[in-house]
Ligand binder design. Structure first.
Ligand SMILES: [Zn+2]
Length: 150
């Protein structure tokens, strides 16, 4: 798993991200690249998904859920960085904050809120709510899989 150096990672806090999203709305179209990665090796083995920064238990691999046909999605941001998110039905270790915004969303019909680690406040992804079941889009580089069984 490669790690994007923190200082080049653009989504450092919510206000920066909101600015980026506003710019992106009127700028470059977003690109949703389908990943070919096979997540089927997760099936049947429930693993703890932990915060890569502090190790707090965030969610479980059994909560992985398909959104628009895929459990993982990659996006370009306006700076050309690609990042990958994985979709989870629940993420009890996340704290979601801010007013849900539908102004711009990678997922049509869904509004997003910032989701941070409830333990260390590291930005882990977004909570998407809207048409259909809500889900968390967690940034793959910000979480890791624990070998401990739940
Ligand atoms: Zn944490």
């Amino acid at each position: 798993m490669h790690t994007i150096p923190k200082k080049t990672f653009p989504f450092l806090n919510s206000s920066e991200m909101m600015d980026l999203l506003r710019h992106e709305k009127s700028g470059t179209p977003d690109a949703d690249i389908e990943l070919d990665e096979d997540l089927s090796n997760h099936a049947g083995s429930n693993k703890r998904i932990i915060c890569a920064a502090c190790g707090a238990h965030i969610t479980d691999s059994s909560f992985l859920t398909e959104v628009q046909g895929n459990t993982s999605h990659s996006f370009f941001n306006p700076h050309g960085y690609v990042f990958q998110i994985e979709c989870y039905r629940k993420a009890p270790g996340c704290f979601s904050t801010g007013v849900p915004s539908a102004e711009f969303s990678w997922f049509a019909g869904f509004a997003w809120q910032i989701s941070v680690c409830a333990t260390c406040s590291e930005h882990l992804g977004w909570l998407f709510t809207g048409d259909g079941p809500s889900f968390f889009g967690l940034i793959r580089d910000k979480i890791s899989e624990s070998s401990d069984r739940t």
